[in-house]
Design a protein around this ligand. Structure first.
Ligand code: MN
Length: 197
């Protein structure tokens, strides 16, 4: 029997991220784009070695259409679950994740500047990632298309989606403005818990 992949539920209301991300963008990005990747993967894995495999393992082992759809599901799950309402009070890093940022980038401001720069300069569609390596050191990487740092042996912590579908309704072509605004809704308690896992 095939294990079906399913669309994650969002831990906030569809308008909770406004004005940084509009309800309309959430409805398209989560409700239509992500749903399509889930539907595609469920069709593609039938009868293959991937049909009962956890998502991270599929991403680490597969190629082609299965990799693209599994990667996009894993990427979007990490993306949507890293946000909290604009009204929440967890939008600044503290504790072990702040210590690691200061150690590996010098300061939170320097980290944000490098992260935004890597998002702006990624050519075409893809994702910019903060990950940790096996020693807990933090690194920022650019991944094209459906790429995820698990394929490099890294643990993904935080990501920004630079596919145009992530920002075109709200920001049109202004990718840099979109990336800069996203810091207002990052749930750093979630990022720290991924780091400490
Ligand atoms: Mn996306």
């Amino acid at each position: 029997m095939t294990l079906l992949f399913s669309l994650i539920a969002l831990p906030y209301a569809p308008n909770a991220l406004e004005p940084v991300i509009s309800q309309e963008t959430i409805e398209y990005h989560h409700g239509k784009h992500l749903q399509t990747y889930v539907d595609n993967l469920n069709k593609l894995v039938v009868g293959t070695e991937y049909e009962n495999m956890p998502l991270e393992q599929i991403v680490a082992k597969s190629q082609g259409a299965i990799f693209n759809n599994a990667g996009q599901i894993l990427n979007h799950n990490l993306y949507f679950l890293q946000f909290s309402s604009t009204a929440a009070n967890n939008h600044k890093p503290k504790g072990t994740i702040l210590e690691a940022i200061n150690r590996d980038f010098g300061s939170f401001e320097a980290f944000k500047a490098e992260f935004e720069q890597k998002g702006v300069t990624l050519f075409g569609s893809g994702w910019v990632w903060l990950s940790s390596d096996k020693d807990g050191k933090l690194v920022i990487t650019q991944e094209p298309n459906a790429g995820n740092p698990v394929t490099k042996g890294l643990k993904p912590l935080l990501t920004m989606d630079v596919w145009e579908h992530a920002y075109y309704i709200d920001y049109r072509n202004r990718r840099a403005a979109h990336l800069q605004a996203l810091w207002q809704i990052i749930n750093w308690e979630e990022i720290e818990s991924r780091y400490n896992q």
